[in-house]
Structures are given as structure tokens and as C-alpha cells.
Ligand binder design. Structure first.
Ligand code: G6P
Length: 435
């Protein structure tokens, strides 16, 4: 059986870590991992989450060593894979990112809205520092990014670091499984022409055992036969392709604002409650498997996506997986050096995107606009340029005007001052405390 010597999880105190480790328990017959090093800046969380993970692994009878450390370099030393799942500023910063825009009637949302802009700016300096350590202590490692906004962070790594970076999301797998379920076939029977960016993607065509089922799916949406699918039949008919989950924020921003106002709390506040409950559960010394409440977070199948990717890289499977990589012409109407989320061939050689061709004209303008937002966000996140920052705010499709962009920018930068060394050089910083 192939052996992986060491995997590091940066942000190992995340409530998602048991999900990740569970993936290796499920795939125990295909690969053996000698060590999983959990790194976090929050020692208490690290102990709670690390404790559960340790019990899970023992309970499953695996010999994998689980190590815990607050020393990032020790965690990274000699690893084959780095998983990044950090949250600079913690959940409090996410909640703030959601609440400030809401005052202006704007959805903050940490991957599609101005919340994502600020989350990217808090994260980029830290992600690049991690990358510098990877360059030094594990130059051959794969840096697998889960940290949101995943596409933007991946793009920052691709453009500004010298590591083998790839971004990962569970949504492609969720949709594959959804469609497989509708047709009563295994996942492997489904092929999706998935085009766009992380959380900004459309299924251009869906095939089941080679049969194009796109028209049937569009009809089903029209007949209301896909109740959990949030897009209305007329929209989908007009687009001629199937938008995926996070596009709700761009197609229905007013609905999303109304939902949030009616809920009386933001997603971040809900997630903070879920996390509190999870951590209390994790601390129970009798718990030896991941608890079902973990499914209240949106990351279902995240471990499956991670393990499949790692297995194909290690075992040279050369199968097709949908991940975030440098475009390089895979979608010719998007910048070549930016990140895209497309089907890729994954093997020991690396990750090769399939040439998907031009975007459908019904979705191209939105996709290009969001890419412009991502590009300016990366530039501002790396350089701290105010001009790039204003352009990032302005190009986000959820921001309605230059006036709102300017006000959001000032208020959100100020609120995040402690985490933005690129914008406030010399200001007392909390970011280091969070490394
Ligand atoms: C999905 C998204 C991720 C997100 C996760 C958790 O997997 O693709 O980007 O981080 O859900 O979302 P939540 O709102 O529970 O934090």
C-alpha cells in the first residue's frame, strides 16, 4: 500500500479537522498516512480537536501518528501535503464582514461579497507567509487551499508564491452526487462540464454514462422537481446552463438580504453557535467518531474531495477532478494567470486543466466581472494599494455604487485594521498572534 509520510493541517483546530481525518479512515485500504501534524495558533482548540482526532484514529485501528503543535515550521517540516483551513480574525471577523455591508443593504458573504474581499485581505499575508515556509521546509509539497475565499487565496498563491498550489471546494462533488442520485447511478457515471471560478460556476453540460442530461435537468428545474435547487425555472431556461449554489448571491441579492434581515442573525453567528456545540461535543472523551452535527456546516464531502485529490496525486490515477488551478487558457475569455475552477486531470505529474473553451455568452459577463473583482482583490491584498482596493470594492457585483464602495471600504478597512499590515504598516497587529 502506498505510504504518505506526513500531512500538515494548518488551522488544525478547525471544527472541520475531524471531517478531514475521517476521509483517511474511510480510504484506509488505499493509502497509509504515517503522520498528520495539526498546527494552530489556538492551543486550547488544538487540544480539543486534536484529542478527538487521536481517538478517532485509534478507534479505527489506524497507526497514523497525530501530532499537535503551535510551531508552524515544525508542522511543515518535510510534509508531502499541506492543508490550509485558517480563519484570520476568527468567526468574529466573519460576523463583522457580514454585518457592516448589511447596513448598506449589501450581502457581505465570505466568498462572493465584500465580506470575501476583507477575508481575502486578512488572509493573503498569512497565506503567503505559510507559502514561504513551505518553499523552505517542504519545497516539493502540495499546498491544498480550503481557506475562503478559496479561489482568490489560490490565485494569490499561484501569482505570488513558488509552491505547488491548488484550491479545493466540496461543491463540485456535491453536485456530482446530487445528479448521480437523481439518475440512480454512481458518482463515476457523471461527468460535468463545470466552468467558472470557485463559487461562481455553472454546469454547462451534465452527462450520465455519456448521455447529455442537461435539457432534462433544466426541464426538471422548470417543473419544480428539484426543490433543494435554489434557482427558478425561467432563469435556468434562459441561461441554458445550470448555475451552482453560490450564484444565488449574484442572481438574487435582494432575496438574500431579505432572508438575512428576517433571520435576525448572520450565517457567521449561526456557524459560531454550531461550532460552540461541536467543540463541546469534541471535548467528550467518549466520542470516537465525527459527530453528525458536523453536517450543519456547509462542508459536506470536503474530506472526500481532499482525499480523492491526494490519492490521485500519489497514485498517479490521472482521473478527472474539479479543482482550482491557474487558468492558462482553459477558459480563453478569462485571464491566463488567474485561478479558475474546471475539470482537471490529476496524476503524479501534477494537475492539468482541461481546455473548456469559451464561456457561454449567457454567463460570460458575470463571470468576467467577478474575475475582475478577484484580480483587484489579490492585487490590493498583496500590495495594500488603495486604488486597487477601491476597484476591488467597486467591481464586486453586490456593491451597487461608487459611493457605497467607498464607504464600505473605509468602514471595513478600519474595522479590520489589526489584521491588515499591508494597508496599515506599522499599526499594532493581531495577525502575528494568529499565525
Ligand atoms: C461549503 C462552501 C465552503 C464553506 C463551507 C462552510 O463547503 O463551499 O466555502 O466554507 O460550505 O460554510 P459555512 O457557512 O458552514 O461556514
Amino acid at each position: 500500500m502506498p505510504v504518505i509520510n506526513k500531512i500538515a493541517v494548518i488551522g488544525g483546530g478547525s471544527t472541520y479537522t475531524p471531517e478531514f481525518v475521517d476521509g483517511f479512515i474511510q480510504h484506509r485500504d488505499e493509502v497509509q498516512v504515517e503522520e498528520i501534524a495539526l498546527h494552530d495558533i489556538d492551543e486550547e482548540r488544538l487540544q480539543v480537536v486534536g484529542g478527538l482526532v487521536e481517538r478517532m484514529v485509534r478507534h479505527a485501528g489506524l497507526e497514523t501518528r497525530i501530532t499537535q503543535t503551535t510551531d508552524r515550521r515544525a508542522a511543515l517540516d518535510g510534509v508531502a501535503f499541506v492543508i490550509s483551513q485558517i480563519r484570520v480574525g476568527g468567526m468574529a471577523a466573519r460576523i463583522q464582514d457580514e454585518k457592516i455591508p448589511l447596513k448598506y443593504g449589501v450581502v457581505g458573504q465570505e466568498t462572493t461579497g465584500p465580506g470575501g474581499t476583507l477575508k481575502a485581505w486578512r488572509t493573503i499575508p498569512v497565506a503567503l507567509e505559510i507559502a514561504r515556509d513551505v518553499e523552505r521546509y517542504a519545497p516539493d509539497a502540495w499546498y491544498i487551499n480550503f481557506t475562503n475565499p478559496s479561489g482568490i487565496i489560490t490565485e494569490a498563491l499561484l501569482k505570488h508564491a513558488n509552491v505547488r498550489a491548488v484550491g479545493l471546494c466540496n461543491n463540485p462533488l456535491n453536485f456530482t452526487r446530487l445528479i448521480a442520485g437523481l439518475f440512480g447511478v454512481p458518482d463515476g457515471a457523471v461527468f460535468l462540464e463545470w466552468v467558472g471560478l470557485n463559487h461562481v460556476n455553472w454546469i454547462r453540460r451534465a452527462y450520465v454514462h455519456g448521455r447529455d442530461v442537461t435539457p432534462e435537468l433544466i426541464e426538471r428545474v422548470g417543473r419544480g422537481e428539484m426543490p433543494a435547487y435554489p434557482f427558478d425555472g425561467e432563469l435556468v431556461q434562459a441561461l441554458g446552463v445550470l448555475p451552482t449554489w453560490y450564484l444565488q448571491y449574484y442572481y438574487y441579492p435582494d432575496r438574500k438580504v431579505a432572508e438575512m434581515q428576517a433571520a435576525g442573525k448572520t450565517r457567521g453567528e449561526t456557524v459560531a453557535e454550531v461550532e460552540g456545540d461541536l467543540l463541546r461535543k469534541y471535548a467528550d472523551p467518549n466520542l470516537v467518531v465525527k459527530p453528525s452535527e458536523l453536517s450543519l456546516r456547509g462542508g459536506a464531502l470536503y474530506s472526500e474531495a481532499a482525499v480523492r485529490l491526494i490519492l490521485s496525486l500519489v497514485l498517479d490515477r490521472r482521473d478527472v477532478q474539479i479543482v482550482d488551478v491557474r487558468n492558462g487558457g482553459a477558459i480563453p475569455d478569462l485571464p491566463a494567470e488567474g485561478a479558475v475552477e474546471v475539470p482537471c486531470v490529476v496524476g503524479a505529474h501534477g494537475i492539468t486543466p482541461l481546455r473548456m473553451g469559451p464561456l457561454p455568452e449567457t454567463v460570460r459577463p458575470l463571470c468576467q466581472t467577478v474575475k475582475a473583482w478577484e484580480t483587484w482583490t489579490v492585487e490590493a491584498g498583496v500590495t495594500g494599494s488603495r486604488r486597487a482596493a477601491l476597484l476591488a470594492m467597486l467591481t464586486n457585483p453586490l456593491v451597487p455604487s461608487a459611493d457605497v464602495a467607498r464607504r464600505l471600504l473605509e468602514e471595513m478597512l478600519e474595522a479590520n485594521r489589526a489584521y491588515l499590515p499591508q494597508f496599515f504598516p506599522g499599526a499594532p497587529s493581531d495577525a502575528n498572534r494568529r499565525l
